[in-house]
Design a protein around this ligand. Structure first.
Ligand SMILES: C[S@@+](CC[C@H](N)C(=O)[O-])C[C@H]1O[C@@H](n2cnc3c(N)ncnc32)[C@H](O)[C@@H]1O
Length: 597
């Protein structure tokens, strides 16, 4: 189901001072609003195929978007959200030259006694690549900040979570986009975790830059007051210091927090909120920000949503929310987290204006992308490839010294791909390293092209007969290495009564997970004892319309160690209906099985 055709939206160029400069700085003159596609819903409310603000305003439900946030923000502008967002909190990748990993742990393996309680069963899934050059990062953030400003309401605020790598640059950039006068705080979140080392003072804080849209912004510290230091209270009790109120009053009211917070711990160990997301931020931190900078029913947006901390807190605090992430695993994680919270709210009969429905939309097709990263990751492990910061064109270097280019696995290697590499080499006349091209399948003309090319290259030096820039093709199809196999589920769906349906998962297999386990060095686990270990979530829609999956029932085990039940009896209508069962594995891949009953 698609909404409207893509359309250009004009964007105002910021002209604040001072300005940050970088190579290839480009203004953002317009963006394109791509069509949104509704893929899943949770809750009782009717969810619209297109999230139009004017319609949502009357009957709100929350929104989760899977896609690049530049495109999603453009779509939001197109759908009438300009000036409608009250609070933005973002925690973008830090450009700190490391890959952030999500730990993917299979379910229920700890109790089986098959493996030690350590990291053996943990599969590292690259969540996103954080290996950016600084200039690209600046352009990336510039564009997002400009779009975010357009979405922010006149009384709105934006908080940008950073650390020492980027804070100083981002402050200048935000001065340019939001105006120096709208800078409110550089909040220091001081935490106690990690070793300090002795080359310098221990790095124990992150920064949150807080800007308002204008000079009249929503802000109230009453709900976030913190206790006075016990010593202060004791002194007040002893009458040693004079306060305008009594010591008891002091104890009760607490004090306004300052811009340094040392009382909030990072998410650790087995905290309930923990989601195995490396960069997950604590709910307490977001609670403070959301309570101070919004009121009931305000609209909160996070377009780098990760494990969904902002949406989770907004939901708990009775605020409306929008979450965006480019990574499917993040969207799934956020969806699971919110489903749990909403179920608790339903049990406790928490009511009022809080919407207990959300819709998941997709902008562009990112499913393929995650497959590509997965496959690349496998190839990288298999062939001993190191990604380097200095290499801008190639995917990395092999331990044996060759440059490596990995062709996207959604298409076979073609002459066009080779031409692109050739163009790049044209810019590097002195390059004498060989080039390994990894691909999955290749055009029939490739071998001949390579042969010709290799013959034409100059000799490395006068004496050797070794030639420069020799191409070597590793076609994974030949090596029978990865042919991508989708996960498979065998699900029995049948009527078990007039208005009842029985759903049973007979078996489930994810070839990707199995391959990952085989590749993991030192992995003790050879066989997965229960196929349900591979399953993260089971969702059922008992009245599937063949377009939008409506989550009517969900089995999202509370703890990592619990398995999904795998067998359910659910209510459905008496008339014939289509039942759809979605099984999502621990890597975020889904299998949909449907049946008319
Ligand atoms: C540091 S994490 C956010 C963690 C989050 N605050 C939490 O508490 O879990 C950054 C997130 O930004 C996402 N991301 C990176 N680039 C993006 C883009 N262009 N569009 C949308 N999301 C993006 C990544 O997938 C990742 O989930």
């Amino acid at each position: 189901m698609t909404s409207t055709k893509s359309k250009q939206i004009k964007i105002e160029t910021p002209n604040g001072r001072p300005m940050l400069g970088w190579v290839n700085k480009k203004p953002l003159e317009f963006v394109i609003g791509y069509p949104a596609q509704l893929t899943e819903t949770f809750g009782d409310k009717k969810v619209l195929p297109v999230p139009e603000y004017s319609k949502l305003e009357r009957n709100w439900y929350n929104l989760l978007f899977h896609g690049d946030n530049k495109e999603v923000l453009a779509t939001l502008l197109e759908q009438g959200f300009r000036g409608k967002v009250d609070l933005i909190y973002i925690d973008p990748p830090f450009a700190s030259n490391k890959d952030y990993m999500r730990k993917v742990e299979l379910r229920g393996l700890k109790n089986l006694g098959k493996i030690e309680e350590d990291s053996e069963s943990i599969i590292q899934q690259t969540m996103y690549e954080d290996i950016w050059k600084r200039d690209e990062y600046f352009q990336f953030m510039y564009e997002r900040l400009i779009l975010l400003k357009e979405l922010l309401s006149e009384t709105g605020s934006i908080y940008v979570h950073l650390d020492y790598h980027m804070t100083h640059y981002m402050r200048v950039l935000m001065d340019e986009v939001f105006g120096e006068d709208n800078f409110q705080n550089d909040i220091v979140w001081n935490y106690f975790m990690g070793a300090s080392g002795n080359e310098r003072w221990g790095r124990k804080h992150q920064n949150i830059l807080f800007y308002s849209k204008g000079d009249k912004y929503q802000f109230n510290l009453d709900p976030v007051r913190v206790p006075y230091n016990p010593e202060t209270i004791a002194r007040a009790k002893r009458g040693e210091a004079r306060y305008e109120v009594e010591a008891e009053e002091l104890e009760k009211s607490g004090k306004n927090p300052g811009d340094v917070g040392s009382d909030i711990n990072p998410v650790q160990g087995n905290a309930l909120q923990k989601t195995n997301y490396a960069t997950q931020k604590p709910e307490a931190l977001l609670e403070r920000i959301i309570r101070a900078s919004t009121e009931n029913n305000s609209l909160v947006l996070d377009c780098f949503v990760g494990s969904g901390t902002v949406c989770a807190v907004a939901q708990q605090e009775g605020r409306r929310w929008i979450g965006v992430d480019i990574n499917k695993g993040a969207i799934q994680q956020t969806s699971n987290r919110l489903q749990k919270i909403i179920k608790t709210q339903q049990k406790k009969l928490i009511d009022g204006q809080i919407s207990k429905t959300f819709g998941i939309y997709k902008i562009n097709n990112y499913d393929l992308r995650i497959l590509k990263t997965e496959a690349k990751e496998l190839a990288i492990q298999q062939y001993g490839i190191t990604r380097t910061k200095t290499e801008t064109f190639f995917d990395g270097l092999r331990d044996s010294g060759e440059l490596v280019e990995i062709i996207d696995f959604n298409h076979p290697l073609t002459l066009l791909d080779l031409q692109l590499i050739k163009d790049e080499l044209g810019k590097r006349p002195d390059e004498d390293r060989d080039i390994v091209v990894i691909c999955l399948g290749r055009d029939t003309r490739v071998d001949l092209w390579v042969e010709e090319w290799n013959k034409k290259q100059p000799h490395k030096d006068a004496r050797s007969n070794k030639r420069m820039r020799q191409f070597v093709i590793f076609d994974l199809k030949d090596k029978n290495f990865v042919s991508y196999e989708p996960s498979k589920a065998d699900v029995e769906i049948k009527r078990s009564g007039k208005d009842k349906v029985k759903v049973k998962i007979i078996s489930f297999i994810s070839p990707t997970i199995i391959k990952r386990l085989e590749l993991e060095p030192g992995l003790l686990l050879k066989k997965i004892p229960d196929f349900r270990s591979m399953i993260d979530v089971v969702l059922v829609d008992t009245e599937y319309d063949s377009e939008v999956f409506k989550i009517g029932f969900s089995d999202v085990p509370e703890k990592q160690n619990d398995l999904v039940k795998g067998e359910y009896e659910l209510e459905t209508k008496e008339k014939p209906t289509k039942v759809a069962v979605k099984v999502i594995d621990m890597l975020g891949e889904e299998v949909l099985v449907t049946k008319e009953v």
